[in-house]
Design a protein around this ligand. Sequence first.
Ligand code: PHE
Length: 519
Amino acid sequence: MASDMTAPILDALSSADGPILSTEAFPSTPSLTIKAALDRLASRQMVEYTTFDREVIALTEEGESVVANGSHEAKVFEAVVAAMDGLKIGDLPGIVGKDNAKIGQGNAFKRGWIKKDKDVLRANTDSIRDETREQLQIIKDTHTHPDSKVITDLKKRKLATPTKVIHFKISKGPKYAREFVKEETDLTAEMLANGSWKTAHLKPYNFKAKGAPTPSGALHPLNKVRQEFRNIFFEMGFEEMPTNRFVETGFWNFDALFVPQQHPARDLQDTFYIADPEKADPPREDPPNDPHVPKPSSQLTSSKTTEKPLDYKEYWENVRAVHENGKYGSIGYRYPWSADESLRLVLRTHTTSVSTYMLHKLAANPRPARYFSIDRVFRNEAVDATHLAEFHQIEGVIADFGLALGGLIGFMEVFFAKMGIHRLRFKPAYNPYTEPSMEIFGYHDGLKKWVEIGNSGMFRPEMLEPMGIPKDMRVYGWGLSLERPTMIKYGVSNIRELLGHKVDLNFVATNPAVRLEKE
Ligand code: PHE
């Protein structure tokens, strides 16, 4: 830090009758250093000051060198005198330098210090007065020269130049004192113990100061948007499904959903299979008190005694039958269904496996139910700006008697309006487990275009009846990614900026809390 000027300023004021000028009191101190001290003093009302700038004359680098070493003409004169018996003109640049020789020769002639004898220079006088150097010295000391012609001349020779200096007119403030007492910023135990607090100068509290940033954790945008969606679901009477099984059997992920075993989604290119163990046990009764076993909500369980869901063996056989030869009025796929394929372990490709599991539980006591989940799913995808091998799926199911497609469309309108999407379009689509199936498009006001926001449908009897859901019960289902709305809401165009090792922690720490334009 530059030297502290508080003490010199207070000293200078004490010996002066009135205000002092910084250029006079501290000619060689940089104005920034003076200002720093003045601000400290002024904040305690010890001084008052006004700032102004003034144009002064200062030396150029060359001017400084003349003050130090003499003018060009003086150097030429000295060289000529030193040569004793005249100096050949051609030798001059070699002795005094090119610039000195050129400028100095002319000036030395003009002043009558030297004369020319053919091509030899000789001194005309014994001694000279180096006026240029004297004039520059005056400017160096006083930032000006009384003779304006001199200034013009030196400016022309580029030895002096006008510059602006900031300076201060300083006077005593109402709380002026000779000494600047350091202010205490903290009241310490020591000060209390030794009594020095009584006389200490405590720095006044600055209520306008910005506090130090509080270190804290931050929720990832995906978590924030997830919470928003959870709230929407809870507002609409949904119950959250337990999604703690990332690894599922082919049975729960595909077969129970009436996805045929030859379906391309089951290819290695699309699904991650677990190598070890390669196979699961056949579905069986859940062990009692297993914390991993999803439990139907106590809230929504009717007061009737809960019956057991359909026996797994029977369910399993029903699934086999509906795939192989058809059942429940369906002709099935007519292919030999493989139990081994159904027992292969996969990283779940959708959370519809969880919905299926929960619907199977619901079948024990069929009643209107609304379930949702938001959790991770895995797909063997080529990673690019909008795809990762894992993402989060938002999934909802509604089970009730007498539901129809219009109800699903109507529900979607209410559901998406809650997140600020008011214009929807539905496009017929295909899922093995829903009929009819619809892709959902929403008009995005910000992006000014239609974006695909979800997939939906009514679960097929081939999926519901094998698990024991009664014939007159209908189930809506839909799914969407959590990443898509999060990217749109937070203006992220590359999914890798949202998830994975390229995420900027600053982005996580500083993004706003809630971004859904909820109704
Ligand atoms: N499982 C579907 C998907 O992965 C979403 C969906 C769920 C569709 C339920 C219809 C019914 O996109």
